[in-house]
Design a binder for this molecule. Structure first.
Ligand SMILES: Cc1ncc(COP(=O)(O)O)c(C=O)c1O
Length: 369
């Protein structure tokens, strides 16, 4: 099989990821931050080493502001539920994943949605017209999991700052795949959430967020912190306030290696993806949803005339190609693209995709038309 469902998760990881995970299970790793012996210290080194690797990936970020948890869904819930009040007005976009939309709906806040431009990017020129007296923040995806369109981080931050808003960004599809420079954003009112198992090539159940400026969402969970055991509340120190309970040391060991891998690999793999998109665009009866211009990830969705996306996925699977069909947990973008009946077929390359994979995939798509 040819695996092109990398926007869901990168199935193929660098070997160092599994090796590092196994090492933490060899009988010499204790509970991080919960003892003064070498076992505990070794585990703590894994946790801090992962923060260091993530900091390097984004051009530098204070270690204690890199919060680790089970992934971007956790991070977005923490950021949104910890910051948004029911009386607030929040600006978001039609490109969002349910991990943004559902927490926002749960807060009961008032929402306005930015529509997309012709390259599938949220139309920032409209932010001004949406601002109200109770507008507090901009919550949006950095890169769409449907079209691959990326909104430049600097533009998002500039727009938010110009209107006095804080920003929560969903970096599930971007961190590790495109350069993301957060160094200058460390003092800004922004939260950048990420997940370990997609373009960071780490294991599932890992991820976190970069916490900028003075933003301090209320923590989602409380519990053991390793210090101040007699206190009835969580210590307020970063990152401890947000990291109650025992950390996922095997997962973080794997994530650390994945992050180091993509710090090196971030510039590669685009030829394969460009060939895939250009090949799809050249096929009759295929409509491609991916930006013609501007930054984008290696994710493309397409519709084949006369077929529901589920049928396309099934026919491609019969020909040895794994992708994903349907709505990709992003309901509003399908309304905007008018694909809410049949959904879209999505393919995404990774650093492990080969030129031969793309040739075979394009032949398979051509074969089913
Ligand atoms: C844009 C986007 N946000 C959030 C998520 C949720 O990621 P996870 O399931 O790793 O928490 C995904 C995963 O598909 C995604 O593509």
């Amino acid at each position: 099989m040819i695996y092109l469902d990398n926007a869901a998760t990168t199935a193929q990881k660098p070997p160092a990821v599994a090796q590092a995970m196994l090492r933490t299970l060899n009988g010499t790793y204790g509970n991080p931050g919960r003892g003064s012996h070498d076992y505990s210290f070794r585990a703590q080194q894994v946790v801090e080493g992962t923060r260091d690797a993530l900091g390097t990936l984004v051009g530098g970020f204070a270690r204690e502001r890199i919060l680790l948890n089970s992934g971007v869904t956790y991070s977005l819930n923490l950021a949104i539920k910890g910051l948004v009040q029911s009386t607030d007005h929040i600006i978001t976009t039609v490109c969002e994943h349910n991990s943004v939309l559902r927490p926002l709906y749960e807060t009961g806040c008032e929402l306005s949605f930015l529509e997309m431009d012709e390259n599938f990017r949220p139309n920032f020129s409209k932010v001004n017209s949406l601002i109200k007296s109770n507008t507090k923040g901009l919550v949006m995806t950095h890169g769409s999991n449907v079209t691959g369109a990326v909104s430049p981080f600097e533009d998002i931050l500039d727009v938010a700052k110009a209107h006095g808003l804080w920003v929560i960004l969903d970096g599930a599809q971007t961190l590790g795949q495109i350069p993301v420079d957060l160094q200058k954003a460390e003092d800004e009112a922004m939260i950048y959430a990420f997940t370990g198992h997609k373009s960071l090539y780490g294991p599932m159940g890992t991820g976190g967020l970069f916490l900028g400026g003075a933003l301090r969402p209320t923590t989602l969970i409380t519990g053991g912190s390793g210090i101040y055991s007699f206190s009835k509340t969580m210590p307020t120190e970063l990152p401890i306030y947000y990291e109650a309970g025992t950390m996922n040391v095997p997962g973080l060991a794997g994530l650390c290696e994945g992050v180091k891998f993509c710090t090196e690999a971030i510039q590669t793999a685009s030829d394969c993806f460009d060939n895939l998109v250009n090949g799809l665009r050249s096929l009759k009866k295929v409509t491609v949803f991916h930006p013609l211009e501007g930054p984008a990830t290696h994710t493309v969705s397409f519709a084949v005339e006369g077929y529901a996306s589920g049928e396309v996925a099934m026919l491609l699977e019969e020909r040895g190609i794994c992708g994903r069909s349907g709505f990709h947990c992003a309901p509003l973008i399908h309304r905007a693209l008018k694909t809410n009946d049949d959904g879209l077929m999505r393919l995404a390359t990774s650093c492990f995709t080969t030129a031969d994979d793309i040739v075979a995939t394009l032949e398979a798509v051509a074969d089913i038309i």
